[in-house]
Design a protein around this ligand. Structure first.
Ligand code: NAD
Length: 277
């Protein structure tokens, strides 16, 4: 019981928390006792036609209830803020709102991210490149700059950045995404270096293929082939990422910093294949 409430009294901000992995992390932090602020471009769960088609195959929670309301049902305080992480003014306004509603932020999870464009380098426009870098990399910079100095002043804080296995193994057709995620890993180390002496740790998680609606919308044949290369032989669940994020956000992880931890069913470390046939 003590373990499950390890984050009681802490305030956490999760960007991109309206759905998918960010939602699972926000609810995981709430279940561990943290008060939770959910920041996203939109405040309601995603309601596209495609989402309804995918629901049958969606093995996570059904995302019917907005994340902040679902967190409150866990018995913690929660709020939601509209925020575009790519815009510094929006981040500053959103963080001011969180601080006034919940108090100073102790745990920052930079999860908001996009794959804007599937294109070769030759085909990719400079604008599409810029947009992915602005959301995936600069977004995290804006949030760290706005939230972490206050953690350092108070002598305790946690930053968890959601990168991707693409940081190490760039998928074909996602050059900006892969480059942005590799830069997130490097930025994570810079945060750990600068703020570590003042009690703040920073770590990156490298999710593998996680069964969010985004991934479930891939053609079944491609998905199944991808699963064949994963030692544990399944897609990840958002909760797999949330479990690791909650640990990295907790006091128990105080000697873990500046790391980039794959959470990918073994895909990067021990890929299957090449054994005969
Ligand atoms: P998702 O698209 O389901 O959710 C992302 C959320 O971020 C959405 O709610 C979206 O509105 C929000 N968002 C997008 N741009 C934003 C912005 N500018 N400001 C604020 N919020 C914004 O994605 P997901 O699959 O849950 O992925 C979450 C994170 O995990 C991303 O950083 C992604 O790159 C990373 N990731 C996902 C996978 C996977 O297999 N799903 C694998 C590796 C890494």
């Amino acid at each position: 019981m003590t373990e499950s409430k390890a984050l009681h009294g802490k305030v956490a901000l999760v960007t991109g928390g309206a759905r998918g992995i960010g939602r699972a992390i926000a609810l995981g932090l709430g279940a561990a006792g943290a008060d939770v602020a959910v920041a996203d471009l939109r405040l309601e769960p995603f309601r596209g036609e495609r989402w309804f088609r995918l629901r049958e195959r969606w093995s996570g929670d059904d995302e019917e209830t907005p994340t902040a309301a679902a967190a409150r049902a866990l018995g913690v305080r929660a709020c939601q803020v509209a925020m575009d992480v790519a815009e510094e003014a929006s981040v500053l306004a959103g963080i001011a709102q969180v601080e006034s509603e919940l108090g100073p932020i102790d745990i920052l999870v930079n999860n908001a991210g996009i794959v804007n464009n599937i294109a070769s380098i030759e085909e990719m426009s400079a604008e599409a490149w810029e947009q992915e870098i602005r959301v995936n990399l600069t977004g995290g910079f804006h949030c760290v700059k706005a939230a972490v100095p206050s953690m350092a002043e108070r002598g305790w804080g946690r930053v968890v950045n959601i990168a991707s296995v693409a940081a190490v193994q760039p998928p074909l057709g996602q050059p900006a995404y892969a480059a942005s995620k590799a830069a997130v890993v490097s930025f994570t180390r810079a945060v750990a270096q600068e703020f570590g002496p003042r009690g703040v740790t920073a770590n990156a998680i490298l999710p593998g293929l996680i069964g969010t609606p985004l991934v479930l919308s891939m053609p079944a044949r491609i998905r199944e082939r991808s699963v064949e290369g994963i030692p544990v032989q399944r897609l990840g669940e958002p909760a797999d990422i949330a479990n690791l994020a909650v640990f990295l956000a907790s006091p128990a992880s105080g000697f873990v910093t500046a790391t980039a931890i794959p959470c990918d069913g073994g895909w990067l470390g021990a890929p299957l294949g090449g054994l005969g046939d």
